[in-house]
Design a protein around this ligand. Structure first.
Ligand code: GLU
Length: 473
């Protein structure tokens, strides 16, 4: 364990495995990670898997996969909260021994009654401290009990939050919360504090929905005489309409964004800009993010998810991404498309045309769709627009043109371009009058990258085969 005085920064991301990595959580992970890298500390991962039913291996893998995809790697082996129950119990029993916590033998009926009468009196439904000063021997022998902390009753708890500034609560608002349940398992509030302390966490950056938890958790730190970490509560991400971000707004979990064609760089860059600013700079590499990120740039108010802006970020990042990586991704996505051949010939074509293709797509799904004509084999499916372009005259013209392309060697973009120009001149066409039917014939649609690059990527044989197939369609 490290002393906080040495101020080696240690942060953590502490997700509960729910089966999804929500982008609000993913952003908390990113901020912790960047903050730690910026200051040269250690970023840790703690899986809060105490809810045994939800915490399946599959749900845990979702977190690992999401973080890996985002390039957020912890500096130490992940800690599994469920493996630390004995320690959580030890701390609760220590507080009990010191008289700072007590056994509460209330039955569920008593607790229900307590809540109901508080509500009747117009008070918040809190535990009223029934067993706080009572002798445990008053309870029937062998009766189940929980361990509750003795919450301070006077004064205030003040937190100097790194994002929200000074926030305070009257201690009368905090009740004697449970540390250990009657089956000996720790509550969330208790386990988090013990783990953060033992892991030497110096800075806790998490969603501002945890602010009330923080007030309650400080009671355990004080009772144990432990130093408080620094807290920074990050505003939440809302939907475009200002309501809590949910399915109804669109994608909201990391893997959904991956599946619908977003690059991790784009999502991370966007999530960073959503709650943190550095002047007008929008697009930042990971190195720049690490260099510039600090907690004082985090805004206080909730941000609104802007899907169009994210798409713009993705388009910008796509253009900067390596062609081989994009080709591999497209080849993977071809597996979801019908009537395509994801073989080596296709790969070569996609890679050849990638510099052009990536200029025109906003997502990887769109990129794969735009590239799919390269993976089809004759007879191509034609869109209605393409059919319309391919009039009988256009087909005749393409038949003539095929003769000029047949002996073109080498089949380079320059040579193709020159041939098309000569053909246009010889027959009195404008270049567009040739390019559009040609595009329709070889791609099956009315849009593609430049015609010379398109033919070049297909290669001479395939181009001629596609033009030849026009006779049969
Ligand atoms: N496990 C909690 C959650 O997923 C977070 C705990 C924390 O960051 O302190 O909401």
């Amino acid at each position: 364990m490290i002393s906080k005085d040495s101020m080696t920064i240690r942060t953590r991301f502490a997700p509960s495995p729910t089966g999804l990595l929500h982008i609000g959580n993913a952003r908390a992970a990113l901020f912790n990670f960047l903050f730690t890298r910026h200051h040269g500390g250690k970023f840790l991962l703690r899986i809060e898997d105490t809810d045994r039913e939800r915490s399946t291996q599959e749900a845990i893998e979702v977190i690992f996969a999401g973080l890996k995809w985002m390039g957020i790697t912890p500096d130490e082996e992940p800690v599994f909260q469920s493996s630390r129950e004995a320690r959580h119990r030890e701390v609760a029993l220590d507080l009990l021994k010191k008289g700072l916590a007590y056994k509460c033998f209330c039955t569920p009926e008593e607790l229900k009654e307590m809540r109901e009468s508080a509500l009747k009196e117009g008070k918040p439904p809190r535990y009223n401290g029934l067993w706080r000063d009572r002798d445990p021997s008053d309870a029937p022998a062998g009766a189940p009990y929980v361990i509750r902390i003795k919450a301070p009753r006077e004064g205030e708890t003040i937190i100097t939050d790194l994002v929200q500034g000074e926030v305070r609560v009257a201690n009368a608002e905090l009740d004697d919360m449970i540390l250990l349940r009657s089956d000996g398992t720790p509550t969330y509030q208790h386990a988090v504090v013990v783990d953060d302390h033992d892991m030497g966490i110096t800075h806790v950056l998490r969603g501002d929905d945890h602010l009330t938890n923080t007030f309650r958790q400080t009671m355990i730190y004080s009772a144990m005489g432990w130093d408080l970490p620094h807290f920074g509560h990050l505003p939440l991400i809302h939907g475009p309409d200002g309501a809590k971000l949910s399915k109804r707004h669109g994608a909201s979990s990391v893997m959904e964004f991956c599946n619908i064609g977003y690059l991790p760089e784009a999502l991370c860059n966007y999530l960073l800009r959503l709650g943190w600013g550095h002047g007008d700079v929008e697009i930042l590499s990971r190195e720049e993010q690490i260099q510039l990120f600090d907690i004082d740039g985090v805004g206080r108010s909730a941000s609104r998810m802007d899907y169009a802006k994210l798409e713009h970020f993705n388009a910008v990042w796509l253009r900067q991404t390596d062609n081989t990586r994009l080709t591999n991704d497209v080849m993977e996505r071809f597996k979801n498309l019908k009537d395509v051949q994801a073989d080596e010939t296709t790969r070569l074509r996609v890679k050849t045309l990638m510099p052009e293709l990536k200029e025109r797509a906003r997502t990887l799904v769109e990129l794969a769709e735009n590239a799919s004509f390269l993976a089809r084999r004759t007879p191509l499916p034609f869109t209605q627009k393409a059919e319309k372009i391919l009039t009988p005259e256009a087909r005749l013209m393409l038949c003539e043109l095929a003769k000029d392309l047949a002996d073109l060697e080498p089949f380079t973009c320059e040579a193709i371009d020159a041939t098309l120009r000569q053909f246009a001149e010889k027959h009195g066409y404008k270049l567009g009058q040739i390019a559009q039917p040609l595009r329709a014939a070889v791609t099956g649609s009315h849009s593609s990258p430049g015609i010379d690059a398109t033919l070049h990527a297909l290669g001479r044989d395939e181009t001629l085969a596609r033009l030849g197939a026009l006779h049969d369609s």
